[in-house]
Design a protein. Structure first.
Lengths: 221, 85, 377
C-alpha cells in the first residue's frame, strides 16, 4: 500500500513539474515588460487611453475594432498581442488554447459609464456599445476573435492576484485534456490605474510552472 | 441638407470610434455596413440611440434600421423628414 | 480520475424558496413572469420575474438573524444555507466556495442607493458570503457572462478531480436591476410579452432573478447523487454579442463534454438548453444541436418560467434538470407553440414521463462563451 501511495505522489509530482511557462508579459505605469525586459516605456503622465493608443499604433497592426473596445478589453487585447507575438504558436495549437483570466474590479470601470447614462430619467440614453462591455470576459472574446482561439474560457474575480488558483486551474485543464496551452493571467483597470500580467503555460518552456515563479514575475513591474 | 450630412459624418466618426476615418474619407453614397465603413450590429444599435438622442426619432424595429442605415445620403434624407428636434 | 457528484441543491426564485416548491410550480407549468408598469426604470414598463422582497425577508428572518444584507446577498445566503444543511459534508480547509454572478450587487452603483457602492466589487460580495458561513478559503468568483452558473459546476468538478479540494459549495445569483434592464433594452433585445423560446413568434428575452446552490463532492454513496461526467466551455471566436451562425463554440463544448464522458449523442436522454428567445440565440442553438446530432433529443428552455436569470440561469436550470432525472419527468418548454428555427429540434410540448439517465445542460453568453455539462444518474 505504501508503495502504491508513494508511486502516486511520484507520478503526480512528475505531472506537476512537467508543465512550463513559455513567456510572461506585463503592462503597468505606461511600461511593458516581456520576459523580464522592458520593451516599451512611455511618459508616466499619459492617460491609459493615450498610452494604449500609442502602443497600438507602434505595434503596426491594423485592427480598427480596437478603437471600439472599452479600456479593459484594450488592455486585455494588447497584452495578449505582445505575449502571443513572442510565443509564435502554430494556428492549430492556438485554436485549442485555453484562456483563464482574472481581476479585482471585474468590469466596474465600464459599469460606471453605463450607470451614468441611465442615472437620470430626462437624459436616459444607455449605449449598447458601452453595455456590451459591462462583463469582464468580453476581452477574452476579443482575443479569441483576433487569434481564432476556440478553446476553454473562464474569467475569475479575486481580491488580489491569486497565482496559486491560476496554477491549480491551468493544471486541471491540462490534466483533463481540455487544453495543451493555457493563456493565463490578470487584467485589471479602474480609470488610469491599470495592471496586466499574462503568461503562457505549456508542456515546453523556459520557466517552471510554479506559484513562486508566477508570483515573482507578477511583482516584476 | 449638406450641413446635416456633414454633421452626420462627424457624429458617426465620433460615436462609433472610427479612428481611421476623417469626414473627407466618407462619401455621401458610401455603404455604411459591409465593405464600406465596416460597421456591425452593435454600431447599428448605436445609430438607433443617436437618432433618438440627437433628432428625436424612435426606431423600435431593427429592420427599419436596415433600410435607413444604407448611406449618409439616405440617412440624412430620412432624418430631414422625420426629425422632431 | 476521481468521480464527482452533486449531493444537495436549493433554488430561491419567484417560484419558491426551496427546490421542491420550484419543481411543484414547474410541474404546474406556472410562470413567474409578470408585467411591471415601472416607468422610472423603462419608459414603457417591462416584463420580468422578480422575487417579492417581503416574502424574501420573511423567509430570511425565519432562520437567519437579520443583518445589513442586500437582496442578492439574502437570496444567496438563504439558498446556500439550505444546501449546506442537506449536504453530507461539513466545511473544512479542503472545501471550496464558488460564487457565480454576472453583476453581483450592481444596483449599489446608483448614486441614489442607500448601500455603499463598495459592495459592487464582486470580491466584497464574496467576502460577505464567506464570512456568513465561516468558509476557510477565499471564494472563487466565476464571472463569465451568462454561462457563469454552469461554468462554476465545471470549474468545481475539475478542481476536485485534480485533488485541489475534497468538496465544494457553489452559489449562483443575479438580480433584476435597472442596470441590466436598460442595457438589454438598448440592445433592442427585450421581449414585449413573456419570452417565447424557440417559437416562431419570439421577439426577445425577459429578465429574471434567482439564486441557486449545489453541494459537490467526490465522496458520496447516496442513492440520490448525480454524477458530473463531462464538461466543455469553448469560445465562438466570432463576435462579442452576436451568436455564431455556425454554433461553433456550443458545438465544440458539447463534443468536449461527450468525449470526456465517452458517451455518444444517442445516449443523451434530455437537454436543458439556453433558449433565451432572441432571434439569433435560439437559431444558433438549433444549428449547434443539429451539428451534434441532438435534433431528436427532448429539449426545453426554462426561460418561459424564470426569465433569463443571467449568471444564475445555468445552475438554476441544471438543478431543475437534476430533478427531472430523479423524477423521470420531462417538463414543458413554456412559451413554445410553432417552431421558429431553421433546423429541427424536439421541443418538449407537455409534461411527460421518461426514463432519464443522462442529461445535458448548455448555456451561451456575450463574449462568445458557451458551456456544456453532462450529468448521469
Amino acid at each position: 500500500m505504501e508503495g502504491v501511495i508513494q508511486q502516486f505522489y511520484l507520478k503526480s509530482s512528475i505531472l506537476k513539474t512537467s508543465l512550463h511557462i513559455q513567456s510572461f508579459c506585463s503592462f503597468r505605469f505606461n511600461k511593458i515588460i516581456l520576459n523580464g525586459e522592458t520593451v516599451v516605456a512611455k511618459e508616466k503622465g499619459l492617460s491609459f487611453s493615450e498610452f494604449s493608443k500609442t502602443v497600438y499604433k507602434e505595434s503596426g497592426i491594423a485592427y480598427p475594432k480596437f478603437f471600439k473596445m472599452d479600456n479593459l478589453s484594450k488592455l486585455t487585447f494588447l497584452t495578449a498581442e505582445v505575449l502571443l507575438k513572442n510565443c509564435a504558436l502554430p494556428s492549430e495549437e492556438k485554436e485549442k488554447m485555453a484562456l483563464v483570466l482574472s481581476n479585482r474590479s471585474a468590469s466596474l470601470d465600464t459599469d460606471r459609464k453605463h450607470q451614468l447614462s441611465i442615472q437620470s430619467k430626462e437624459n436616459f440614453y444607455p449605449s449598447p456599445a458601452v453595455f456590451v462591455y459591462t462583463l469582464p470576459n468580453i476581452g477574452m472574446g476579443e482575443i479569441s476573435i483576433r487569434h481564432q482561439i476556440k478553446g476553454e474560457n473562464a474569467f475569475f474575480v479575486f481580491k488580489e492576484f491569486n497565482a496559486k488558483f491560476l496554477m491549480q486551474y491551468s493544471e486541471a485543464l491540462i490534466h483533463n485534456k481540455k487544453a495543451s496551452h493555457v493563456l493565463c493571467g490578470w487584467v485589471d483597470i479602474e480609470e488610469d490605474a491599470y495592471r496586466s500580467f499574462m503568461y503562457l503555460v505549456s508542456k515546453r518552456g523556459t520557466y517552471i510552472h510554479s506559484e513562486a515563479i508566477i508570483n515573482k514575475e507578477y511583482q516584476n513591474i | 441638407m449638406e450641413t446635416l450630412r456633414q454633421e452626420l459624418k462627424e457624429n458617426i466618426i465620433e460615436q462609433l470610434n472610427l479612428e481611421d476615418f476623417t469626414v473627407d474619407d466618407i462619401a455621401d453614397d458610401d455603404r455604411l455596413f459591409g465593405d464600406g465603413l465596416g460597421l456591425d450590429s452593435i454600431d447599428a444599435l448605436e445609430l438607433i440611440v443617436m437618432l433618438d438622442k440627437n433628432y428625436g426619432i424612435k426606431l423600435t424595429d431593427p429592420k427599419e434600421g436596415k433600410e435607413i442605415f444604407v448611406s449618409i445620403a439616405v440617412l440624412a434624407e430620412y432624418i430631414a423628414t422625420h426629425r422632431t428636434k | 480520475m476521481k468521480r464527482v457528484f452533486i449531493t444537495a441543491n436549493t433554488i430561491v426564485s419567484p417560484l419558491g424558496f426551496t427546490s421542491d416548491e420550484n419543481l411543484q410550480q414547474i410541474k404546474n407549468n406556472s410562470s413567474a413572469i409578470q408585467f411591471y408598469n415601472n416607468t422610472e426604470i423603462l419608459p414603457n414598463g417591462f416584463h420580468a420575474a422578480i422575487i417579492n422582497e417581503e416574502k424574501l425577508n420573511q423567509n430570511f428572518q425565519k432562520s437567519i438573524v437579520a443583518s445589513d444584507y442586500t437582496k442578492l446577498e439574502k437570496m444567496m445566503i438563504l439558498s446556500l444555507q439550505d444546501t449546506m444543511a442537506c449536504a453530507n459534508f461539513e466545511i473544512t480547509d479542503r472545501t471550496a466556495l464558488l460564487i457565480a454572478t454576472t453583476k453581483g450587487n450592481i444596483d449599489t452603483l446608483n448614486t441614489k442607493s442607500k448601500t455603499s457602492a463598495h459592495k459592487a466589487y464582486l470580491h466584497v460580495l464574496g467576502e460577505t458570503i464567506q464570512n456568513h458561513f465561516q468558509f476557510k478559503n477565499e471564494p472563487i468568483i466565476v464571472s463569465n457572462a451568462c454561462v457563469s452558473g454552469i461554468l462554476a459546476v465545471a470549474v468545481a468538478k475539475r478542481l476536485i478531480q485534480n485533488g485541489v479540494y475534497d468538496n465544494a459549495f457553489i452559489v449562483a445569483g443575479d438580480v433584476v436591476s435597472k442596470f441590466t434592464l436598460s442595457g438589454f433594452h438598448s440592445f433592442q433585445a427585450m421581449s414585449d410579452s413573456p419570452c417565447k423560446p424557440y417559437s416562431k413568434y419570439r421577439n426577445g428575452i425577459t429578465i429574471g432573478e434567482a439564486a441557486a446552490s449545489v453541494a459537490i463532492t467526490s465522496g458520496s454513496t447516496s442513492q440520490n447523487r448525480i454524477e458530473i461526467i463531462g464538461d466543455g466551455s469553448c469560445n465562438d471566436a466570432n463576435h462579442i454579442s452576436g451568436p455564431s451562425r455556425t454554433g461553433e463554440g456550443l458545438y465544440k463544448s458539447i463534443v468536449s463534454s461527450l468525449e470526456e464522458a465517452n458517451v455518444s449523442a444517442e445516449n443523451i436522454d434530455f437537454i436543458s438548453a439556453h433558449g433565451t428567445a432572441t432571434l439569433y440565440n435560439d437559431e444558433m442553438e438549433a444549428v449547434a444541436f443539429n451539428r451534434a446530432n441532438l435534433q431528436r433529443t427532448p429539449l426545453h428552455s426554462l426561460k418561459g418560467y424564470y426569465g433569463h436569470t443571467l449568471g444564475a440561469s445555468g445552475l438554476l436550470e441544471a438543478i431543475v434538470g437534476l430533478h427531472s432525472m430523479q423524477n423521470n419527468m420531462l417538463y414543458t418548454s413554456l412559451g413554445m407553440d410553432e417552431l421558429g428555427v431553421s433546423k429541427p429540434l424536439n421541443i418538449i410540448q407537455r409534461n411527460e414521463k421518461k426514463n432519464i439517465r443522462t442529461f445535458l445542460k448548455t448555456a451561451s453568453g456575450f463574449g462568445g462563451c458557451n458551456t456544456a455539462v453532462l450529468f448521469k444518474k
